[in-house]
Design a protein. Structure first.
Length: 607
């Protein structure tokens, strides 16, 4: 018996030594990785510093290697930044940094032009592209040229390309201008097939978010409304391209039959079609284009190509640290707002509330709304900020609708892009129960309760009492919604109610209805906050400290989530379909008394 315990003791000690040895190896590997990463960063900074500060003129190259983000990166976690740079290979250039860098390059004698490479540019924000395009227009006023090259152009890529002096297309490429569309998946038949009973409650005649659960197809009323919406959006979109290309919209975008005829005339050659219809200026291979750029900008023996500097390197080499205190905070409100995911936003607002150096806030909103409670919590936090007499200016991005518009109303001034989606004033809730589904497989629910209010909505039909409670709850939420708009937008209740039917407006229409104060971009928001705060010099705080500790466990969590959840899933699921599924997943609500399951969200997706 003693020998058995002794053997077990030695076995456990041996296992412990192995575990400890593995732990030491992992820690050493992580430390080694950090040291190597720091060394690489310092080496590249040193090399590019001397490369930029020689006397040779260079072209500024903007290469969108991964998704183009119009949101700022708030993460100051050192390990996370290393992870982003060396594993994901994603530059942390947000739209504001890119525009600021282009403005700096305009007056830099060492920068002789810009080359845009849009092969991998993906973007879902037309206002962000318009903002970037305006910066390119401003850059061209210096007399410097802007070139863009791509193997092919998506609709959004071509929009930004149209701001260039010269558009280059690969001879085997194409320009995909197809217009806009709004499409939804409809689940009524599926729900009937599965015997799932959906109880839909809504306030807002045009609140189309619930249609997929009650109809087989889009209603005629919504088809008429959405047709007008995308026609207005497309008219602005294609007119901007035509103006940039100094031609007509008819030449840029033919009707379907004329397009087929023109394509037949060039034997189906999409690149030649693009050249003949003034969509591009030249058809060149990448090698030929590179040789032409070498002739124009000179030879760089270090990189064995034309003289250029990447925008990331240029940003860091010309960056001058701000030695004065930040006085205006920029807070981003993005994506669908849920009760579970707004803590970061609330923390940032509270930071501004406590910081005496921060005199005001620019809210950059790109959200369809979400949970009504989430929107109300953000609204209330901003309300406390105003009690400190800190002005708030909202700049709307691609979308600031429904609950996101509710948040916007607290602002002292609202600026929208002409092509922003806003409005969608209305709320809804969907309660599903599965009693019929369970019955079909032989499962039944039965029992006793104190009142009808305690019945399970998951396995029992909604009682009339429960339906009445939901309806009254929804009416109260809607009343609060329109009262807030009426009070903060200085409009009568009657005029708000005419707009509060779930309809979505473009920014230019919202301006006419008094839902926003003016049309503009982020630069206009900066000028407005300077006026409201009476500050002579604006120093923007674009980042907030991450409260989480810097440790290897957070790094490993990010590693797992980014690779296995984000990258693998996005590979198998089309991004637009994924967004629609995620947004409509919110609609399944099985707790009728939970305020977190009442939604003020706009589910429109433009394709």
């Amino acid at each position: 018996m003693f020998s058995l315990w002794k053997l077990l003791k030695y076995l456990l000690c041996y296992i412990w030594h192995i575990i400890n040895y593995i732990r030491i190896i992992i820690i050493n590997m992580v430390v080694f990785f950090i040291i190597i990463s720091i060394s690489i960063i310092l080496y590249h900074r040193y090399k590019h510093y001397h490369y930029y500060h020689n006397d040779t003129k260079k072209v500024l190259e903007i290469n969108f290697q991964t998704d183009f983000s119009d949101t700022l990166h708030h993460n100051k976690n050192f390990i996370s930044n290393l992870f982003n740079k060396f594993i994901i290979h994603k530059d942390s250039n947000a739209i504001l940094h890119i525009v600021k860098t282009i403005a700096k390059a305009k007056n830099d004698n060492k920068i002789s032009g810009i080359i845009l490479k849009t092969n991998d540019l993906t973007v879902n924000s037309i206002p962000a592209l318009r903002y970037l395009g305006a910066s390119l227009d401003n850059f061209k006023k210096s007399g410097k040229q802007v070139y863009v090259i791509s193997n092919s152009y998506t609709q959004e890529q071509y929009y930004i390309a149209s701001f260039a002096n010269k558009i280059i297309l690969n001879p085997n490429g194409y320009v995909d201008l197809h217009g806009f569309s709004i499409n939804n998946l409809y689940y009524k038949k599926l729900l009937q097939y599965l015997n799932i009973e959906s109880n839909v409650f809504k306030i807002g005649e045009y609140k189309s978010a619930v249609e997929p659960f009650v109809n087989h197809k889009m209603s005629i009323k919504n088809k008429i409304f959405f047709t007008q919406l995308i026609n207005n959006l497309w008219k602005n979109f294609i007119q901007q391209i035509a103006d940039n290309r100094h031609t007509t919209t008819q030449d840029i975008f033919l009707n379907d039959q004329d397009y087929i005829t023109s394509l037949q005339n060039v034997h189906g050659n999409l690149a030649l079609y693009a050249l003949q219809h003034h969509l591009v200026d030249q058809l060149l291979t990448n090698t030929t284009f590179e040789n032409k750029m070498i002739q124009k900008f000179g030879w760089d023996s270090t990189h064995t190509t034309y003289n250029h500097i990447n925008i990331s390197d240029y940003f860091y080499q010309t960056y001058i640290p701000n030695k004065t205190q930040n006085n205006i905070a920029v807070i981003n409100i993005n994506d669908t707002l849920l009760y579970e995911n707004i803590n970061n936003i609330l923390d940032q607002i509270h930071t501004v509330y406590l910081d005496p150096h921060l005199k005001g806030v620019i809210l950059k909103i790109n959200s369809p709304g979400g949970s009504l409670m989430a929107s109300q919590l953000i609204f209330e936090e901003l309300k406390t900020l105003k009690k400190r007499h800190k002005p708030i200016v909202v700049i709307m991005d691609s979308m600031a609708a429904s609950g996101a518009y509710l948040i916007s109303t607290i602002a002292d001034y609202i600026i929208s892009d002409p092509m922003t989606f806003t409005g969608s004033i209305g709320i809804f809730s969907i309660v599903n129960n599965f009693h019929k589904t369970l019955n079909t497989i032989g499962i039944y629910n039965d029992g006793v309760s104190i009142s009808e209010r305690s019945n399970s909505v998951l396995t029992q039909p909604l009682s009339d009492i429960q339906k009445k409670i939901i309806h009254l709850n929804l009416e109260d939420g809607y009343k609060q919604f329109i009262n807030i708009i009426s009070y903060y937008r200085h409009k009568s209740l009657n005029s708000v109610q005419k707009l509060a039917n779930g309809m979505v407006f473009l920014g230019v229409e919202a301006k006419q209805y008094g839902l926003v104060d003016s049309l503009g971009n982020f630069d206009d928001a900066v000028r407005k906050i300077a006026q409201l705060t009476h500050l002579q010099k604006i120093n923007l705080q674009l980042e907030f400290e991450n409260n989480s500790s810097i440790d290897i466990f957070s790094f490993m969590m990010q590693l797992n989530s980014r690779f296995f959840l984000q990258n693998i899933l996005s590979f198998f699921i089309q991004s637009n379909l994924e967004k629609q599924i995620i947004s409509q997943k919110l609609l399944f609500n099985n707790n009728y008394m939970n305020m977190k399951n009442i939604y003020a969200v706009c589910t429109i997706q433009i394709y």
